[in-house]
Design a protein around this ligand. Structure first.
Ligand code: EPZ
Length: 436
């Protein structure tokens, strides 16, 4: 088990390059199941979630060849059974997005219900409704969702993908991938507009699909006979980029995040502007301006998480950390995953003043935070706890950093390169350092 040992108090100074988007590459890898030809991908991030998805795809008959740093070729042979087992699906919810490609290409899919996680129940009812709208017969048995297409293939249809929280990113992508090889035309309404939906559609169209309207709430798909191989470069990870921008803002340093898409971070940039953080930006970079965090405290700034282009739920924890040191009271409202507050209790251990009010967290800014041992929980909250350690007085130990490795490429190296005092240590068991 690894921990991070962080010495707080130093402003970050330097440049960090954004990696490829985790939440884009995972469904794009699944899209390789839609053809027997080679899908060549660039800008693939080096993450444990990517390795998990590749293991699942290899179980489903795919062959993977790593062709260079952050590059791979993947080719799917429909030899194996179209079954994704609970042992792997339970590790990563995104693996449920092999369902659409299996159903679309092989006419059958059997995938374990993904479990819940620390941010919520994570149902898949919108996915299932979407597959049924395309003409699939769905049943559940022994914890698996099983779908059969008619012998002549999915007819296609109109799928309404709204959930109680609005659009669903995963359902939009999963149903899109089932529809691209349908016999007829499909329309997805109340579709998610996230950049990671658009990136998948761009990759599918490069493979010969006919997807129109991705990025808007209505996506039209004309089914085609077959898809072919393609080359695709994964978009930059807007959540990773946003995390490092907040790292610069919270430590009062000059951090330049390069290779990103500022237009994917409008909601964060607006909130930073409202809070008084100095920001400069260009076509593919964002830079925080230096600030004395004790003399120039930030203005308290409320945010509410919403589907894109609203404030991303994946940056909610990072924003909460920033607001723990603001000069006043901020209200953070989580509308996507109402229970996504595991980081709150850990921040209280650092001296933050926050209280839950149903789906909101009321953050009363304090002058400083003090280091302590804290526990990572979900991927994004864990990164936020690292940011909190960077600005807390004294030493902070963040435990269970495997959560962070799922979605951030070597975060400790990137922060160390910018002057952050952070090192990874192996502990034999919780709370003790490994011998030797
Ligand atoms: C994607 O998850 C991302 N994961 C999440 O990032 C992100 O937080 C989320 O979208 C919202 O932006 C990947 O892309 C791999 P949803 P997804 O379906 O697709 C409810 C990270 O840290 N819902 O858009 O699972 C659901 O419970 C991860 O990188 C249903 O009710 O999210 C939630 O309240 C965490 N029924 C809301 O919709 C369904 O069938 C949005 O979920 C599906 C979802």
């Amino acid at each position: 088990m690894d921990i991070f040992v962080i010495q707080g108090g130093k402003p970050l100074e330097g440049t960090v390059r954004t990696a490829g988007a985790k939440n884009s590459v995972l469904p794009i890898l699944a899209a390789a199941l839609l053809t027997e030809e080679t899908l060549s991908l660039e800008n693939v991030p080096d993450l444990s979630d990517v390795r998990t998805m590749l293991r699942i795809l290899e179980m489903l008959g795919a062959e993977v060849e790593h062709t260079g740093p952050n590059r791979l070729d993947i080719r799917s042979r429909p030899s194996a059974q179209p079954v994704a087992p609970w042992e792997l699906v339970r590790k990563m919810r995104a693996s449920f997005e092999v369902f659409g490609p299996l159903l679309g290409r092989r006419g059958r899919a059997e995938v374990s219900y993904p479990g819940g996680c620390s941010i919520g129940v994570r149902p898949v009812d919108a996915h299932i409704r979407g597959f049924e709208a395309l003409g699939a017969k769905i049943r559940t048995q022994e914890g698996y969702v099983v779908a059969e297409a008619p012998p002549e293939g999915l007819p296609g249809g109109e799928a309404y993908l709204a959930t109680s929280s609005g659009s669903s990113v995963g359902a939009t992508r999963n149903v899109m991938m089932a529809a691209v090889l349908a016999r007829g035309r499909s329309v997805l309404t109340c579709a998610a507009c996230e950049p990671e939906v658009v990136d998948l559609a761009d990759c599918l169209n490069a493979m010969g699909a006919k997807v129109h309207g991705a990025g808007s709430p209505t996506i039209e798909i004309q089914g085609v006979e077959a898809l072919h191989g393609a080359k695709h470069s994964v978009i930059p990870d807007r959540i990773e980029a946003g995390t490092y921008v907040v790292a610069g803002a919270i430590t009062g340093g000059r951090v330049r995040v390069e290779g990103c898409r500022p237009e994917h971070l409008t909601a964060l940039l607006d909130a930073l502007y409202r809070s008084g953080v100095g920001i400069e930006r260009g076509r593919d970079w964002i830079e925080t301006q230096p600030r004395d965090i004790h003399k120039e405290r930030l203005r308290p700034t409320d945010i509410t998480t919403q589907p894109y282009p609203g404030f991303p739920t994946d940056l909610q924890a990072q924003w909460m950390v920033l607001m723990t040191l603001a000069d006043g009271v901020s209200v953070i409202t989580e509308r996507i995953f109402p229970d996504r507050y595991m980081h709150l209790a850990e921040l209280l251990r650092l001296g933050a003043r926050i209280r839950r009010q149903e789906t909101a967290a009321v953050v009363e800014g304090v002058a400083s935070l003090s280091g302590a041992s804290i526990m990572a929980s979900d991927l994004r909250a864990s990164a936020a706890l690292v940011l909190a350690g960077l600005v807390s007085k004294g030493q902070t130990q963040v435990h269970r950093v495997y959560h962070i490795d799922r979605g951030y490429e070597r975060i400790e190296e990137r922060l160390e390169n910018m002057g952050g005092s952070i090192r990874r240590e192996s502990v034999a068991v919780e709370g003790q350092s490994a011998p030797g």
